[in-house]
Design a protein around this ligand. Sequence first.
Ligand code: ZN
Length: 330
Amino acid sequence: MPGIFSLSIDVELAWAFVHRGRIDLAKMTQVSMNVRKIMNKLFGLFEAYQIPVTWNILGHLILDHCSKKDESALPHPDMPRPSYSWLNDDWYRYDPCTQVTSDPAWYGKDIVDRIAHYVETSKLSHEIGCHSFSHQLFGDSGCSENVARAEILKCMQLMKTEYNIIPETFAFPRDHVGHLDLLKESGFVSFRDVPAKLYPCLELERTFSRYLKTYFSLAAQLLSYYFLFPPHVVRSRQTSCGLIGIQGCLAYGEKPLVPLEFLTIKAKQGIDRASREGAAFVVYTHLRDFGANRRFFSQFDRVLRYAKRKRDEGNLLVLTMSDLASKRSK
Ligand SMILES: [Zn+2]
């Protein structure tokens, strides 16, 4: 039985960092402009190697502007707010409430338009998945059912109105899994599950044990790169509410102290292991990474070229998340 390679790209630009106390906005603006320049080349890469992709879109990027009533008003008053123990501020405090021309890191209608058009016109069977509206941490106890439901529905509504798309796959922001029953209710079929082993602690509370857990998992991850342990490969699981969960295996992105080359080696090891064991190797990355480092594209090219070679040899299938999930449910 051939192995399976699945690639997801999360599209959220600066919203990836809204949980942080500070964002380097000048850098993110530059990154978001670079992303816009490289997109056609990226589409060309997928066509050249015939790689279908699951594009997980963040709802706020489907907007080309947003506004508030007056200076003292909150952005998006229709969206319920979380009560995270580690955040003493409004979740939308960074939202500039302007438009894409002045703040291209916070709006991305032009980007999502191009992805939707590419997905529609490509002969490859790409998928468009949902990444919430504003990058809330679904697994945190401060993200209530009310907040989670609004996040899912707002993103789905924008996708339906703008592109007539009904997503089947959900990618949790920061892989913080929660409120699965709401996804099921909303018609989702699959989700990207928490990566196994060595994964950094997701909690953001400022406690000693949290810091300890985070540093331990970061150190373990770092060692795994330097000793080049092959990444794990997975089989999907069905949750009690009937969704198919598929764990991410490798977050392909810039990491402190880890050269990109090591990630490429890891990705090839994962593809080999999946082929050998007839399992799935799920790689995910972020569109912003292609705009942050010029070498990212060429390293990523090597991974996809390798996947194509393995597929041409008959040892690998390349599938989107929902196609992978439907194989599981057959
Ligand atoms: Zn906004």
